[in-house]
Ligand binder design. Structure first.
Ligand code: ZN
Length: 465
C-alpha cells in the first residue's frame, strides 16, 4: 500500500518558505510559450527533480494546430525625445507584448498609441498581454504613465527574434507498481507572474520531489508545458501514454489567500472529481467545487471529447476572477508561503486517496465481529476513540467487495485518512481482505514490470472508475 503521510505544522511552515523562495528564483525569467525563458525555467526545475525536456520544431502539425516560431527577446524600450528609457523591458518583462515582432523606429505619440496597452480600471498596474498567433508588436504600461506621455517623437525598440526554432516542454515520469498513470500538468509560459504560473509550477515540482521518495501504486507524469499549444503538442505526440492516464490534475493559481476551487473533469463523476471534492470538504479551508466548462487552462485539451480524460483543475482563486490576474500585481507578494504549503498538502491528500482507494471484503460478514476480543474496541490514539470505532464499523459494514474506501468516506462523512487507517488495522486483524483488481496496483511487492498491467489494465481501470 503506497503511503503518503501528512505533514506536521513545523514542516508545513518550512515547506511554505521553500516554495516561496523557489518561486522567487523563477520570477525574473522572461518566459513565453517558446524560447530561452521556458528552457531556462525547465533547467531550474531540473535541479530539483528528474525532468526530461523535449524539443518540437516550429511548423510541426499538432492536431488542428501548428507549433509556432520560437520567440526570444534581449531588450526593449521606449525612449522620449531626450533619450530617457521611459518604458524599459529591463525593469519589467511585462512591458513587452509577448511574441512582439522586432521593431526599431521613431514615431509620434499618435502612431505609437495603438501599440500601447493599459488597464484604465487599474491605472497603476502593468497588464500582461500576448500576441502569439497574430504578428504584432506592443508595449504594456500603467494607464497613469500613458496619460502622462506628452506629444512628440518617441524611439521604440523591441530587440526580439521570431524565427523557426523549437517548442520546449518538460516531463518528469515517476514509475509506480502500475502502468496506470496520474497526470499532473501545469503551464510554464507566463513571464513574471506569480500566482498564475509559478504557484502551480512550484507546487508541482515539490509534489514530484515528494512522490519520488515514495513507494507508489500509480505511475506519475508531471508536465511543465506552455499553455494550450504545449498540451496540444504533448497529446498529439503521446496518444499511447494519454490512454494510460486514469486520473489527472491541472495545477494553477495555488498561492493566493483565497479558498480552494476545484473544477471537475468533463466526466464530472470521475474518481479524481470525487477524491478532490472529498479532500477539500475536510481540508479546513473554504472550498467550492465547480462544474466543468470548456474554458480555462489545459483541462480544456485533456477533456476534449477525443480524449475525455479524468482531469480536473485545482486552484485557489479562479483565473480572471481576482483583480491581480494578468497584471503586475500578480507578484511575489500576492502569493503566500502558508497558502503554497497548504496547496501542496491538499495535493498530497488527494493523491493519498487515489493511492489507497481500494475495495475490501469483510471476512466476517454475518453480524458484527466482536471487536473487543480482538482489542479493536480501543483507540490507537489517532483521531479519538469515537471516530476510530465509527470508521471501523463503517468499513466493516460497507466492505462487501463493491464499495471502495472513498465510498465509505463519502457515506460516513469521515475523512479518508481515518477510513484508510481503519481498513489497515482491520486487515491486520484478519477481518478484511483486499479485493484484487487484476493488475499490479493491487499487490505491493509481487508485481514485476513484465507481469503486471498490460494484459489486465482494462479491468483495473473500470474497477476504479
Ligand atoms: Zn494566464
Amino acid at each position: 500500500m503506497g503511503l503518503i503521510r501528512e505533514f506536521d505544522r513545523g514542516e508545513l511552515a518550512n515547506i511554505g518558505r521553500d516554495l516561496h523562495s523557489f518561486a522567487a528564483e523563477l520570477f525574473p525569467v522572461c518566459r513565453s510559450i517558446t524560447g530561452h525563458g521556458i528552457r531556462h525555467t525547465l533547467e531550474i526545475i531540473q535541479n530539483r527533480i528528474p525532468l526530461k525536456t523535449f524539443q518540437v520544431p516550429s511548423g510541426t502539425p499538432v492536431f488542428d494546430w501548428t507549433v509556432p516560431k520560437e520567440w526570444n527577446i534581449r531588450d526593449a524600450y521606449i525612449k522620449d525625445a531626450s533619450g530617457n528609457r521611459i518604458v524599459d523591458f529591463q525593469r519589467s518583462n511585462l512591458h513587452v507584448l509577448s511574441y512582439s515582432i522586432p521593431v526599431h523606429t521613431k514615431m509620434p505619440l499618435s502612431e505609437l498609441k495603438p501599440h500601447l496597452f493599459t488597464l484604465p480600471e487599474q491605472p497603476d498596474r502593468i497588464p500582461y498581454r500576448t500576441s502569439y498567433y497574430k504578428p504584432d508588436w506592443g508595449f504594456c504600461l500603467s494607464h497613469k504613465q500613458m496619460l502622462g506621455l506628452s506629444d512628440g517623437t518617441y524611439e521604440v525598440c523591441i530587440d526580439s527574434t521570431l524565427v523557426d526554432g523549437q517548442l520546449t516542454y518538460g516531463e518528469c515520469f515517476l514509475s509506480g507498481r502500475s502502468e496506470d498513470e496520474v497526470l499532473i500538468s501545469c503551464h510554464a509560459c507566463h513571464p513574471s507572474l506569480a500566482n498564475d504560473n509559478l504557484s502551480g509550477l512550484t507546487v508541482a515540482t515539490f509534489l514530484a520531489d515528494f512522490l519520488s521518495k515514495q513507494d507508489l501504486r500509480y505511475s506519475y507524469r508531471f508536465l511543465f508545458i506552455p499553455g494550450t499549444i504545449g498540451a496540444i503538442t504533448w497529446l498529439a505526440r503521446n496518444r499511447e501514454a494519454a490512454a494510460r492516464i486514469r486520473h489527472g490534475l491541472v495545477l494553477t493559481c495555488l498561492g493566493d489567500t483565497g479558498g480552494f476551487h476545484y473544477k471537475k473533469s468533463r466526466r464530472g463523476d470521475a474518481e479524481i472529481d470525487r477524491a478532490t471534492a472529498h479532500v477539500l470538504r475536510h481540508c479546513g479551508e473554504p472550498s467550492e467545487v465547480l462544474d466543468f466548462t470548456p474554458y480555462g487552462y489545459d483541462e480544456r485539451q485533456y477533456c476534449s471529447p477525443g480524449f475525455n480524460l479524468a482531469v480536473g483543475c485545482l486552484m485557489r482563486s479562479v483565473w480572471g476572477s481576482f483583480p491581480e490576474y494578468h497584471t503586475s500585481a500578480d507578484n511575489l507578494d500576492f502569493i503566500q508561503p502558508q497558502q503554497l504549503a497548504g496547496s501542496l498538502r491538499v495535493c498530497t491528500s488527494i493523491l493519498d486517496v487515489l493511492e489507497n482507494n481500494r475495495r475490501y471484503r469483510n471476512l466476517n460478514p454475518y453480524c458484527e465481529p466482536q471487536l473487543g476480543k480482538r482489542d479493536l474496541y480501543r483507540s490507537t490514539g489517532g483521531d479519538g476513540i469515537e471516530a476510530e470505532i465509527n470508521a471501523r464499523l463503517w468499513v466493516l459494514n460497507l466492505s462487501d467487495g463493491e464499495h471502495s474506501l472513498l465510498d465509505v468516506a463519502e457515506r460516513s462523512g469521515l475523512p479518508f485518512a481515518t477510513v484508510k487507517d481503519a481498513a489497515e488495522i482491520l486487515s491486520q486483524s484478519g477481518l478484511l481482505s483486499v479485493v484484487p483488481e487484476g493488475h499490479a496496483g493491487s499487490n505491493a511487492h509481487a508485481a514485476s514490470p513484465s507481469t503486471g498491467p498490460a494484459t489486465t489494465r482494462g479491468r483495473g481501470a473500470t474497477a476504479l472508475d
